[in-house]
Design a protein. Structure first.
Length: 491
């Protein structure tokens, strides 16, 4: 929680109290916007729950998106002593909302302050101070009057311990804002006010009449029936958007998509109506679907590439069987092995929506295939140490080829006559991958050089230096053979 460190010294607050304040802060952009006001959240400073507060500290602040702020600076972290702000003291000690206050000058603005107690588990755990520019309050429009009435209802709910509504924090992520559109409902679900943006959103999905005077659920049901006919739903729109319960849902028809968040308004134990935030998300959903379609297309391409590579492998194997020359057949089998390594990468990519590869799956299959193709499958073990994890797809294909060649080189030239172990060790950081392939075989000849070697190691050298922008070296001073490659991840 961002303000948790600011709670230090407020020893009267429990972990549940702090969590409740976190839920409030997650929701209070709505409060600032419908109030046209800056909001500041104060907590009492005292040694324990029974002691008298020494003062108050600001742990959160929000500015409205519907009006200019009255604060040109942040006040988070500021502290005041008890008695210096009588309104905050009064709301904390009595649990009452204080509205009739004298305006105060903040810079060039004449600002009215109101204070609202935050009630939780039958005790006041904090106080909200609301700051409004008096100039914007002189000739309010119908929209402003409705917003302020709704704000006053919600502030009373906070003082009664009924806001945020239970589970609302789970619906708050990317939820509609007041500026996207707002609909006010009566206790029986009838629309009593709709903001211009809300009317535009409903116009987009086909509602051509005035919204006010109609029940929101019936409007949505009629629009759904008009576009698609009767469609099965767990709840019809009359129930889900009646305003009786907290609900978030998306309505979609041939005209567009609208995101709806219904928040019930209460007074004590009585429900008095609801507010529904409305956001036209037609273009957002179109882009989401385009991305999903793009991801599916990319996966399908990888799947087809894998199938085509498997076809190439099958054709090469068929050609190898018809070749009488042993060296030619061996060369074709090596080509089959290399094509299969590339196919493994594309198989992994075809099963993922990401542009990264879980490379351990690939290397494990390469190792298993290498053992099966070795001349001594029952006598040789290949061990892997460390994890590759997820690596970029651009690196995966050349790296798979490099490791295929190194493992098979160890099997064919290192442990083909003597020795029985091949080890592949990997260490990975955010910037680098280091891989070591070693065996306990015959070792490298004294005259060995990467400049003059077999085709497989030439492929390793070329791919490591050119495709992977890495380095390769070897160690022939020890028993057996050790090849090391270093590959940067941020190229």
């Amino acid at each position: 929680m961002p303000f948790r460190h600011l709670v230090a010294g407020a020893n009267s607050l429990t972990s549940q109290d702090v969590a409740r304040l976190g839920e409030l802060v997650a929701e209070w952009q709505l409060l600032a916007d419908i109030s046209f006001a800056d909001l500041v959240l104060w907590i009492p400073l005292r040694t324990d729950e029974k002691s008298w507060p020494e003062g108050h500290r600001v742990i959160a602040q929000i500015r409205p998106m519907t009006a200019a702020t009255v604060f040109s600076h942040d006040v988070i972290g500021e502290e005041i002593s008890w008695g210096s702000r009588s309104n905050i003291d009064h709301s904390l000690s009595t649990g009452e909302i204080v509205r009739e206050t004298e305006p105060q000058q903040i810079g060039d603005l004449n600002v009215k302050e109101e204070t609202i107690p935050v009630l939780f588990n039958n005790k006041v755990i904090a106080v909200i101070s609301r700051h409004r520019n008096l100039e914007t309050m002189r000739t309010p429009s119908r929209l402003e009057l409705n917003y302020r009435e709704i704000a006053n209802h919600i502030y009373r709910m906070i003082a009664e311990g009924n806001f945020p509504v239970k589970d609302s924090v789970y619906l708050a992520e990317a939820a509609p804002r007041v500026g996207d559109g707002l609909v006010r409902l009566s206790v029986d679900g009838e629309i009593t006010f709709a903001s211009p943006n809300a009317r535009s959103a409903f116009s987009r999905i086909g509602w051509e009449r005035d919204l006010e005077g109609h029940k929101l659920g019936e409007v949505l049901d009629s629009l759904a029936l008009k576009s698609y006919g009767l469609q099965p739903r767990e709840e019809n729109w009359r129930v889900s958007m009646s305003g009786k319960n907290l609900r978030r849902a998306e309505f979609e028809n041939s005209g567009g998509v609208v995101d709806l968040l219904a928040i019930p308004l209460t007074e004590g134990d009585n429900r008095i109506g609801a507010v529904v935030l409305v956001h036209n998300v037609t273009e957002l959903r179109r882009k989401d679907r385009a991305l999903i379609s793009k991801d599916a297309t990319i996966r399908e391409i990888h799947h087809r590439v894998k199938n085509n590579l498997q076809t190439v492998s099958a054709l090469l194997r068929l050609q190898a069987r018809r070749t009488d020359e042993p060296s030619a057949a061996a060369a074709i089998e090596e080509a089959v092995r290399r094509v299969a390594s590339i196919a493994l990468v594309h198989e992994t990519l075809s099963n993922s929506a990401q542009d990264t590869v879980q490379f351990d799956e690939v290397i494990n299959k390469i190792i298993q295939s290498a053992i099966e193709l070795s001349t001594r499958p029952n006598e040789i073990t290949i061990s892997k140490h460390g994890e590759f994890g997820s690596i970029p797809a651009l690196i995966a294909t050349p790296l798979a080829l490099v490791l295929t060649e190194l493992v098979h080189n160890a099997l064919e030239h290192g442990v083909s006559v003597q020795g029985s172990k091949v080890d592949l060790a990997v260490t990975k950081t955010e910037e680098m991958i280091n891989v070591e392939v070693s065996d306990d075989g015959v070792g490298l000849p004294a005259e060995f050089s990467l400049e003059k070697t077999n085709l497989g190691l030439q492929i390793v050298k070329t791919l490591t230096q050119n495709e992977l922008a890495g380095k390769i070296d070897f160690d022939k001073s020890k028993a057996g053979t050790v090849f090391r490659i270093t590959i940067p991840l941020k190229q």
